[in-house]
Design a protein around this ligand. Structure first.
Ligand code: FMN
Length: 284
């Protein structure tokens, strides 16, 4: 390849598992002599800035794009990021998802199709098992202990393989979205119909204990999409993605919800879908 490939690693990670993997991938790229730009997205301004960073400077680029699976799909900021990308002339993509052991859903399939529509040739992909971020209060949460050392190494292997294929020109390297269907057809259709909006209607409401709340603002600061405002107690706007960082991070325990029925529901979904393997890389 004549021109220097520019590497980007863009991710959204409310609870940190996807960020961990993004950092592992970035370190491996760095070790291979491919410095990359690591960008966290969530709020609108960060999404726009990431797009501008990609657009600034010409030449070929390779975009690693990471998201957790929420209600079987990629997170809204990641979907929004892709939707606003200009069509690229010389670009490759590596979609990455973390999932909490219930189902990896249709996230990889949808991201790959959306990136391909923007001219990004999918050169590899991975799903990685992670602790389920709605189960931090549960004993034995699904995905406990993940991503582990073996997951990290699996991802490093993908990074190395993608680098080799791109160094060879990348022409033969192209996954099709159909390669990324992790579910049997009947389940796939069911998961396509799942949505964060439906989850919003069924998840237990959060309430604020005004006796406990000190209005410290941790909930607003820890919200990856800027959906919490203090009026003077926390209020959630429409942009809320239901990550529950506000509740998990509240030092006073003032944001409360009973998630135990949700834990049972998630375990039941995990048993129904029985998706294996937990972590997997995909290459053309
Ligand atoms: C609202 C919500 C919905 C989720 N939906 C799913 C799902 O459909 N399938 C699954 O396996 N995990 C699901 N998870 C778990 C996350 O995908 C998983 O914990 C992920 O690794 C979190 O990434 P992060 O640590 O980067 O935020 C969900 C988590 C939340 C908060």
């Amino acid at each position: 390849m004549d021109e220097q490939m520019r590497y980007f690693l863009v991710y959204c990670s409310p609870a940190g598992s996807t960020r961990h993997l993004a950092e592992v991938a970035a370190a491996e790229l760095e070790r291979l002599g491919n410095p990359c730009t690591l960008l966290a997205i969530g709020r609108r301004a960060a999404i726009e800035e990431a797009r501008q960073r990609l657009a600034a400077g010409g030449g070929p680029l390779c975009l690693y794009l990471g998201t957790p699976v929420y209600s079987a799909h990629a997170l809204p900021p990641v979907i929004e990021f892709i939707a606003g990308l200009p069509v690229a002339a010389s670009a490759w993509a590596v979609p990455l998802v973390t999932w909490g052991g219930a189902t990896s859903g249709v996230a990889l399939y949808e991201m790959t199709a959306a990136l391909a529509a923007k001219g990004y040739r999918p050169v590899g992909a991975a799903k990685v098992l992670a602790v389920h971020s709605l189960m931090w209060q549960a004993e034995q949460p699904l995905g406990a202990g993940h991503p582990d050392a073996a997951d990290d190494e699996l991802l490093r292997g993908l990074v190395r393989e993608v680098a080799l294929r791109l160094a060879a020109g990348g022409a033969a390297a192209r996954l099709s979205p159909a390669d990324l269907r992790c579910q049997p057809p009947a389940v796939f259709a069911q998961l396509q119909a799942a949505s964060l909006e439906l989850a919003r209607q069924t998840l237990p409401p959060r309430v604020v204990d005004e006796e406990l709340c000190t209005q410290c603002g941790t909930c607003a600061e820890s919200c990856p999409v800027g959906a919490v405002s203090l009026e003077p107690f926390p209020v959630w706007g429409a942009a809320c993605i239901l990550c529950f960082n506000c509740m998990r991070e509240c030092p006073a325990g003032a944001v409360q919800a009973d998630l135990s029925p949700v834990h049972a529901y998630i375990r039941q979904r995990a048993a129904t879908f029985a998706e294996t393997p937990g972590s997997q890389v995909f290459l053309p």
